[in-house]
Design a protein around this ligand. Sequence first.
Ligand code: FAD
Length: 308
Amino acid sequence: MLGHTLLAASRKPPVRRLVTSAGVSRRLVDRFVAGDGLDDAVDTARNLLADGLSVTIDHLGEDTHTLSQATDTRDAYIALLDVLGGFALTPGAEVSLKLSAIGQALPEDGHRVALDNARAICLAAERAGSTVTLDMEDHTTVDSTLAILRELRHDHPWVGVALQSALHRTEADCAALAHTGSRVRLVKGAYAEPATVAHQRKADVDLAYVRCLKTLMAGGGYPMVATHDPRMIAITEHLVAATGRAATSYEFQMLHGIRVTEQHRLRDAGAQVRVYLPYGSDWYGYFMRRLAERPANLTFFLRSLFSR
Ligand SMILES: Cc1cc2nc3c(=O)[nH]c(=O)nc-3n(C[C@H](O)[C@H](O)[C@H](O)COP(=O)(O)OP(=O)(O)OC[C@H]3O[C@@H](n4cnc5c(N)ncnc54)[C@H](O)[C@@H]3O)c2cc1C
């Protein structure tokens, strides 16, 4: 409930001004974000890879309102992939892509613009020996995102997608996408959604997560289990042991800066672990979702506001 209230407040301009005002949030932002520039992302990625983890890099930005913003974001991804390939950081480093950042929400032709830009990014990923995973945003974007996924997979069957257990529809989407070769990242969902489309109680989101997990682990695809929740991780480990799934046929994913000790424990136990690594100056939306997920982060942030 607190999370929903915070996400609603985050859309108000005065809140945005307060949070983004110089220095206020920087210490906490730095915990979650590699830095503002491409170099920051590449340096952090290199360190994580050297540590035996893999990475999926997100060029921060969402709610793109102009065609030129969408084109700039596309070009930033292509430049990133060129650098990752040039430094031989692939295939351990891939990218995560929000379709809204490359035009999906544009009033005219947004779906087609996002598809065209995503195609260009996939071609750059192919050249670099890397892969792309489509993030999932709020429920109004799911049909368009899955349609774009289908189009991209004609040429690039390795394109992955995130599905959110919070949404009622997701159990069916998991069943449809649990086929051989299909890379699916399962998350709980970071958006405040209405009861018409989404579970409202955390317990129901968690139960749906387990049902989706079972479907993906029983299928022939490549599940990407994206959670910090100790119970979901334990259930995954149990399913792997029970089904004899190979360690190379699935992976855990966690956000940069969150439960790092657990990332290392899983790696040391022989599991593949990928870190979701955001970078860029447009960190506001990403940061507010991280605050909304965890009251402790919010308390820390508020304390830093008043102890300036
Ligand atoms: C790799 C990755 C990619 C993601 N991609 C998407 C996406 O495309 N679309 C989308 O809607 N959501 C995405 N998410 C976010 C996701 O939907 C959840 O909001 C987020 O992961 C918190 O849920 P949880 O499964 O960790 O469980 P929770 O029940 O929220 O948390 C379990 C425990 O994890 C720790 N924890 C969780 N969040 C935080 C935090 N912010 N700070 C510190 N500790 C924390 C705490 O110990 C908490 O008790 C992604 C998450 C990950 C890990």
